[in-house]
Design a protein around this ligand. Structure first.
Ligand SMILES: NC(=O)c1ccc[n+]([C@@H]2O[C@H](COP(=O)([O-])OP(=O)(O)OC[C@H]3O[C@@H](n4cnc5c(N)ncnc54)[C@H](O)[C@@H]3O)[C@@H](O)[C@H]2O)c1
Length: 337
């Protein structure tokens, strides 16, 4: 840590993943969990009691108006991300925003514009990029030519909010974004084309895409094949898995991307597995970035690119066509600077 000062933070959205962040923030020596907020004041009060927050409120406006708060974690349903990000940026609060950025390109654009207008440091919650095995994989193989990857989960209840088309977007938008983001992160050039097949296979009461196979092409000619769905975790490879090769070297990430095996000259190395650390793995670099004045460890533009690729995949499913990511409306979202 570069500074001995204490960062006063707030958390908005006292639900299941908010608890992961609150647990870490409440124990961090450079952080004071100054306030917690939720539309449901009872949830906020429960967080205050459990994580020792300074105060709890059902009025999120109090967070934006509180000059003591420097940074805010937003851990709410996806359709609320754009308005909450706009409010945070307008109030000059640094922002940690859970994934996915939003469910539409327009909302993603709103968030990028608000963050850049507000001059705040903002990060999205794509924690898999920071898993030690993923970091080691990127160091081992810098220019993959072929990637295969999946996030395949057990069945989500149809009534789960993440399966609501407005609040959550369904498994592919809500959770598929994690593996799309990791694959984009592990390729040195940007994606230029996407084709996808799939649809709604398991949740007939919901207008969502829950199952897909996606083919991506990158600017350097590399290709990736991704599978996403809440259809039942594969027993060896686990919910998250990823394999890559560059023609000389190859690797497998498995055990939820916590374990890495590499292969070079037919010699296989099994690297030590890392215990999964929850939100700490991404909260720590964000706190560090805020204390030293940037840059973001997981930029909002890169998170917009990830959501744009998922939205393009869903367009491809619906139209049966290849989607050109270098043309409108997706081209602007491919730009990281
Ligand atoms: N990074 C990860 O691995 C990971 C894992 C799970 C969930 N998430 C993400 O975390 C976010 C929250 O998911 P969750 O499972 O914790 O949901 P949840 O339903 O358990 O909690 C969300 C909370 O936000 C509150 N809320 C909603 N709108 C609000 C608003 N406008 N103002 C204040 N509070 C509001 C709700 O009342 C609820 O208490 C989502 O973006 C989700 O995708 C990330």
């Amino acid at each position: 840590m570069t500074s001995s000062r204490v960062l006063r933070v707030a958390l908005v959205g006292c639900g299941s993943y908010g608890a992961e962040h609150a647990k870490f923030l409440s124990r961090h020596r450079a952080v004071r969990l100054h306030a917690v907020a939720d539309l449901d004041p009872a949830r906020a009060e429960a967080f205050k009691a459990q994580y020792g927050a300074g105060y709890a409120t059902g009025d999120v406006g109090r967070i934006w108006a509180d000059p003591a708060i420097e940074a805010v974690w937003v851990c709410t349903q996806h359709h609320t991300h754009a308005p909450l990000a706009e409010a945070a940026a307008a109030a000059g609060k640094h922002l940690f925003l859970e994934k996915p950025l939003a469910l539409t390109l327009a909302d993603c654009d709103r968030i990028v514009a608000a963050v850049e207008r507000g001059g705040i440091i903002a990060a999205a919650g794509f924690k898999l990029r920071f898993f030690p095995a993923v970091v080691a994989a990127q160091a081992f193989l810098k220019q993959p030519t072929l990637t295969t990857a999946h996030v395949i989960d057990d069945h989500w209840p149809s009534e789960f909010w993440a399966n609501d088309p407005v609040q959550g977007g369904g498994n592919v938008l809500s959770q598929g974004c994690h593996i799309v983001d990791t694959v984009l992160h592990l390729h040195p050039t940007g994606p230029v084309r996407v084709y996808a097949a799939g649809g709604n296979r398991h949740h007939p009461t919901r207008d969502i895409v829950d199952t897909t196979a996606i083919t991506l092409t990158f600017a350097d000619g590399a290709v990736a094949s991704l599978a996403v769905g809440d259809v039942g975790v594969p027993p060896f490879s686990s919910k998250f898995a990823l394999q890559q090769s560059d023609g000389q070297r190859s690797l497998s990430l498995y055990n939820r991307l916590n374990s890495l095996m590499t292969r070079e000259d037919k010699r296989v190395t099994e690297h030590p597995a890392h215990p999964e650390e929850g939100a700490a793995v991404i909260d720590e670099p964000f706190i560090h970035a805020v204390l030293r004045g940037g840059p973001s460890p997981c930029s909002i533009r890169s998170a917009r690119r990830t959501s744009a690729v998922v939205l393009a995949a869903i367009e491809s499913i619906r139209t049966g066509r290849v989607v050109d990511l270098t043309a409108p409306p997706y081209d602007a979202a491919m730009r990281l600077a």
